[in-house]
Design a protein around this ligand. Sequence first.
Ligand code: URA
Length: 230
Amino acid sequence: MRLDRFLSNQPRFSRLDARQLLASGRVRVDGQVSRDGRDEVRAFSRVEVDDELLQAGKPARYFMLHKPAGVVSATQHPEHRTVLDLLDEPDIQDLHIGGRLDLTTTGLLIITNDGLWSRRLTEPRSRLGKTYRVETEQPIGNEYIDAFARGLYFAYEDLTTLPAELEILDSHTARLTLHEGRYHQVKRMFGHFNNKVLRLHRERMGPLVLDPALAVGQYRSLSESEITQV
Ligand code: URA
């Protein structure tokens, strides 16, 4: 929400009061004087007028989880355990998943309460690569490299996938980097060659690499530098 609106939403401030408070430098957001009513107030922002605290701001929280197979990337599910069940954290209902994985897919999953940040990580516009290790039923041919780099047509969405990079590691294993996240995208891309994906594991999302110290099912908070790199 805009700062001027946030202020005038307080029962004791009119719109004129809000403008005057801003103009006179009496409003601070996260400790800095703000004179611009267009500044953004988020759930995480601390907002003060003079020495009075109007909003303390929630702490922003960022986690990486080594997702096991058989656990759903959702906040609730009638049948399966969800990834949130693996977290021992307060206010779990505030958290969401940045970039879901299929039930059987393992690897890096990001969980946070910061929606703007997670959007930067996942939206195709940011062009951040998501890297998967893929094991397949049939051998992986060199012709896949060009096809994935050109993009494949997905009739259901009527779109062509963005150029993706494939590195063949051995006859049945490859590393694939995507710059978007379409529904079952990796499986459908290999499905184009009638090649079934047997195992899928996400190693990286943009600058965030799955910590090798995390056993399957374990998680940790992101470091300050991991958070700011996104
Ligand atoms: N592509 C898939 O097919 N599944 C995933 O879980 C992620 C990407």
